[in-house]
Design a protein around this ligand. Structure first.
Ligand code: SF4
Length: 266
């Protein structure tokens, strides 16, 4: 069995506890306006033209985005970093895209990593079936779960999908006592108004917290902007200005009223 992965990041410190290896899996059912990994949206391998300027000359070459990995190959990568992962209390994170777009591979990979003693994290949009979440739950130590908007119509407008099953899955996972880091991308003009912030805070304050539930606030940035053209996608956030650190601090204090641990950044 093989899974399609578009990037492998070693020494990641923003994708869960400790130092981690993050596998970015291809395919996402959402198309968020602010996505900084547009190469993760299509579930297929893609060929793009990579252009580089050296002095006055421009060089172009074809590049294939996405490579099929076996589970043994993933384990080999992890085994090479084992000492850093263990000593830092880290592990492996499956991100994307949406890792649950490849549910069978994700399940087998999580099982294999768990068997080898690695701490496992799944970074998810929450948009998958309850069955898929239930299947991976015994082999997932921590979920990084995105919360983008509480208003269903606005969620649909800015991400392309309804938030109903996302919110159901969030309640189900926390209800089962799983460790969850809820990740809120703070997007000026889209989800940083008082009404939305209050409804997100109320929702998070009402979650079961038998196991640790915490909040990470991720400030909007434009790092992925230059990739859009290459993938034939339109970037719609040109006029949006990233939130200041003062504003992020205000959000942090606001969400701390839930009683949950809050940090800014991954
Ligand atoms: S859920 Fe994540 S990977 Fe998918 S489109 Fe949105 S930001 Fe991008």
């Amino acid at each position: 069995m093989k899974g399609l992965i578009f990037s492998v990041k070693r020494y990641s410190v923003h994708d869960g506890p400790g130092i981690r290896v993050t596998f970015f899996m291809k395919g996402c059912p959402l198309s968020c306006w602010w996505c900084h990994n547009p190469e993760g949206i299509s579930p297929e391998q893609q060929t793009v033209i990579q252009t580089r300027k050296v002095g006055e000359k421009e060089f172009s070459r074809r590049e294939i985005v996405g490579r099929y990995y076996s589970i043994d190959e993933l384990l080999e990568i992890l085994d090479r970093e084992r000492i850093f992962l263990e000593q830092s209390g880290g592990g492996v994170t499956f991100s994307g895209g949406e890792p649950l777009m490849q549910p069978e591979f994700l399940l087998e990979a999580l099982k294999a990593c768990h068997e080898k003693g690695y701490n496992t994290a799944v970074d998810t949009s929450g948009y998958s079936s309850a069955e898929s979440f239930l299947a991976i739950m015994p082999y997932t130590d921590v979920f990084l779960f995105d919360l983008k908007h509480t208003d269903d119509n606005l969620h649909l407008e800015y991400t392309g999908v309804s938030n109903i099953r996302i919110l159901e899955n969030l309640r189900m996972i926390t209800g089962m006592g799983k460790s969850v880091i809820v990740r809120i991308p703070v997007i000026p003009g889209i989800n940083d108004d008082d009404l939305t912030l209050r409804s997100m805070r109320d929702l998070l304050g009402s979650l079961n917290r038998e196991n640790p539930v915490s909040i990470s606030l991720l400030p909007f940035h434009k790092i992925g902007m230059t990739k859009y053209g290459k993938f034939g996608l339109q970037y719609r956030m040109n006029n949006t200005i990233p939130p200041t650190s003062k504003r992020m601090n205000e959000f942090k204090l606001f969400f701390a009223e839930t009683g949950l641990k809050v940090k800014t950044g991954g």
